[in-house]
Design a binder for this molecule. Structure first.
Ligand SMILES: Nc1nc2c(ncn2[C@@H]2O[C@H](COP(=O)(O)OP(=O)(O)OP(=O)(O)O)[C@@H](O)[C@H]2O)c(=O)[nH]1
Ligand SMILES: [Mg+2]
Length: 462
């Protein structure tokens, strides 16, 4: 059975399998370079290659048959991604070639890397902390520029530094409290009542840590929005122009558009980016009472989708204006609780919008008029009251968020106890728990179970 946490030589295809100019097979581990040399056309050159150099040669298979012509980048411990001796084999792209190289490596004593095992080793060898390890996964899966830049900030150590600084504050408060405890127990049995039960020394610093934790906790919603994206649903009466708007936003003729009301039955979806936010956009069947069995099911699906939406784009046909059915729907339970943008469509031929039209935007799916404004409004609604600050440090993984919230609760508990004059020996354990939670985020405090779960969600080769 293979498991994380040993240094045996491992290999994996680090690039997607499929046709391409090049593929990279990554190796790492004890004797990785020597083992690779045993199936390489220039073994001595490879074996003696210093770190950060590139060696040209052929990978040789059974009976020294040529498998592929390659360039091998050699890295020497501890100056490699994993902290071990490592080699990246740059071979020709294509499924068969990479597979043949991997099989040759198996014969030379390499085993397949587990998901995330290279990054796991980097963590174990103190090359990176856990926030940076997680950012590697986030970079690989980033769907938009904003998600990518947030992950890059974490990879550069921004989040690690912030967590360490909060932790340091709490440790100092805790140290002050412990000192006070020892001091009063040993020598000050006679301290006055207020000091003994008394307020936490250095309480202002604990409040600073509390505020910083609150900021980090709040950052999750936005970082997660850029990382995972949001769901936007286009809905409205038949013929309002939903499919036309969908096509306009997707910039492709995806949905069928006709002048016959009830054209869309099955809903359609596509990913688009709105101001850096990945958005899954759905076009749905027009909502109306219908006798048609198929259309009825379509309408039910539209209503189901609305309940999962992060934002609802309700399309109104601007040539007819808000109908009684529109009004009834917009004030019904179906919409309640879902952020709503009302889109006054067909601006090229429509009448004026009503006076009271806040949260309403005038567009033409046909000419593109108002689409920029609509996109801005969608971003505004999704970001809610959080501005999109470009340089902020944020939390993007649910694991980090849960630990920050735990640390926040413990800190708040400690502060509340201090407020009510509880004894320091009752307050101190809460602070210690908060410090432990923060240590778990960066990986100073970690159990193998957590690590296994975390790294197994990586892709192989990372
Ligand atoms: N002039 C004008 N016509 C539009 C505009 N948007 C849609 N239309 C027309 O309105 C008709 C209905 O458009 P669709 O996009 O199919 O409307 P829908 O809301 O998807 O309709 P259903 O799928 O039947 O619910 C078509 O004839 C479109 O060409 C617009 O901005 N301006
Ligand atoms: Mg349609």
């Amino acid at each position: 059975m293979t498991f994380y946490g040993e240094d045996s030589p491992i290999a994996a295809l680090a690039t997607p399998s499929g046709q391409g100019a090049l593929a990279i097979v990554r190796t790492s581990g004890k004797d990785a370079v020597d083992r690779l040399a045993s199936c390489f056309s220039a073994p001595r050159k490879l074996r003696t290659a210093p770190g950060n150099t590139v060696v040209y040669g052929w990978i040789l298979g059974k009976n020294r048959s040529r498998v592929d012509e390659t360039l091998v980048s050699v890295f020497r411990a501890p100056k490699s991604y994993t902290g071990e001796d490592a080699a990246d084999i740059s071979c020709h792209g294509g499924y068969a070639v990479a597979q043949a190289v991997l099989e040759t490596l198996h014969d030379a004593g390499f085993r397949d890397a587990l998901p995330g095992e290279f990054t796991f080793r980097a963590f174990m060898n103190n090359k990176i902390d856990l926030t940076r390890a997680e950012s590697v996964k986030e970079i690989v899966s980033a769907k938009s520029g904003k998600a990518h830049s947030g992950a890059i900030r974490r990879l550069s150590g921004g989040l690690e530094a912030e967590i360490r600084s909060i932790k340091e504050k709490l440790v100092r408060v805790l140290a002050g409290a412990e000192l006070f405890l020892d001091y009063s127990e040993d020598e000050y049995m006679e301290t006055d009542a207020d000091e003994r039960t008394g307020s936490l020394p250095d309480r202002a610093r604990a409040w600073e840590a509390h505020a910083a934790l609150q900021d980090l906790s709040a950052s999750f919603r936005i970082e997660n929005l850029y990382q995972e994206g949001a769901f936007a649903v286009i809905a409205g009466r038949p013929n309002a122009g939903k499919s036309s708007l969908f096509n306009r936003l997707v910039k492709e003729d995806r949905a069928i558009v006709t002048e016959t009301p009830g054209t869309t039955r099955d809903w359609l979806e596509a990913w688009i980016a709105i101001e850096g936010i990945p958005v899954r956009l759905a076009d749905t069947a027009g909502i109306r009472d219908s006798e048609d069995a198929v259309e009825k099911i379509g309408v039910e699906r539209s209503l189901d989708l609305i309940t999962c939406a992060d934002v609802l784009l309700y399309i109104v046909d601007g040539t007819t204006g808000l109908s009684a059915e529109d009004m009834q729907f917009l004030h019904s339970g179906a919409v309640e609780g879902t952020p709503l943008i009302t889109v006054w469509n067909k601006a090229d031929i429509a009448r004026e919008m009503p006076d009271n039209s806040t949260g309403m935007v005038r567009v033409s799916a046909k000419t593109g008029e108002g689409i920029v404004k609509l996109s801005a409004l969608i971003a505004e609604v999704l970001l809610a009251d959080h501005g999109a600050e470009d340089e902020r440090i944020g939390v993007a993984s649910a694991r980090q968020k849960a630990l920050i919230d735990k640390a926040l609760t413990y800190t708040a508990d400690a502060l509340a106890m201090a407020d009510t004059g509880q004894a320091l020996d009752i307050i101190a354990p809460s602070l210690r728990e908060a410090v432990n939670c923060l240590g778990e985020i960066t990986g100073e405090v970690s159990t193998t179970d957590i690590l296994d779960v975390m790294f197994s969600s990586f892709c192989v080769g990372k």
